[in-house]
Write a protein that binds this ligand. Structure first.
Ligand code: SAM
Length: 237
């Protein structure tokens, strides 16, 4: 996808870190283990952490390890979150030989569109959790909640501007839907460049999520609809 590679420098204008503040607070409440008292900060592994915008609101409370496939997105995150550990890796296959108190896969889980990749990703999450540790996955949709539509946004900073339109097509094929994202990129000299990504976004049925989580070794599965995306939480058995 161009956005996470040659267009990565525009990510901070597309979704500025401040937009993640409320969502981070909601996630922190669910990730916190209030039954346990500890002198040290809980450890949190975030897979598909991108530019680290969400992490920038979680790093004070959690000792974070941030993993992403894209070196350019990791580069942005290293600048924003120099105090966090950053690693290049694929959430389907990563094995760190370490256990964390919690694992989070936020918007990046939408890019896992095949069932076998979803299963592999949930197994990665499980393999990095201590027993009883909590994982949260935040897909845009399940089949039950899917609504085709359009969203727009963007911002301006330091003489540059970016606006985008994201258009989810009405047909779901298999376990994903087609999505088009058009970007208008305005440079300091006023020139505007137009770019486009055509991608597929996951739309798994709830039952598929529940079965895959159980198969990966999770228990206590809860699916909650949030304003932006779903929160699917589960505990390592
Ligand atoms: C929307 S961005 C995440 C943005 C992030 N929430 C933030 O706060 O900046 C999605 C990220 O998922 C990453 N990604 C997609 N597939 C991946 C995979 N299989 N393993 C690891 N990262 C992946 C992309 O490289 C991209 O950086």
């Amino acid at each position: 996808m161009k956005l996470y590679n040659e267009l990565a420098e525009w990510w901070p204008l597309m979704q500025p870190p401040r937009r993640f503040k409320n969502e981070a607070a909601r996630l922190a409440r669910r990730l916190r283990n209030e039954d346990e008292e500890s002198e040290t900060r809980p450890t949190l592994l975030q897979l598909g952490s991108g530019g680290g915008h969400l992490a920038s609101h979680l790093k004070e409370e959690f000792d974070m390890t941030l993993v992403d496939l894209s070196p350019r997105m990791l580069g942005l995150s290293r600048t924003l979150n120099p105090e966090c550990r950053h690693l290049e890796g694929d959430m389907r296959t990563l094995r760190l030989d370490e256990r964390f108190d919690a694992v989070l896969i936020f918007d990046a889980i939408a890019h896992i569109i095949e069932l076998e990749d979803l299963q592999a990703t949930l197994e990665t999450a499980r393999a990095h959790l201590r027993p009883g540790g909590r994982a949260i996955f935040c897909p845009d949709w399940t089949l039950e909640t899917y609504e085709p539509g359009v969203s727009t946004g963007g911002s301006d900073s330091n003489g540059r501007g970016m606006r985008y339109i994201e258009w989810n097509q009405p047909w779901v094929e298999g376990t994903s839907c087609e999505t088009d994202i058009a970007y208008l990129l305005r440079y300091e000299n006023g020139d505007v460049r137009v770019e486009h990504d055509h991608i597929r976004i996951a739309v798994f049925p709830e039952e598929t999520w529940r079965n895959a989580l159980e198969e990966a070794g999770f228990t206590d599965v809860r699916i909650r609809q949030r304003t932006i995306r779903l929160h699917i939480s589960a505990r390592a058995a």
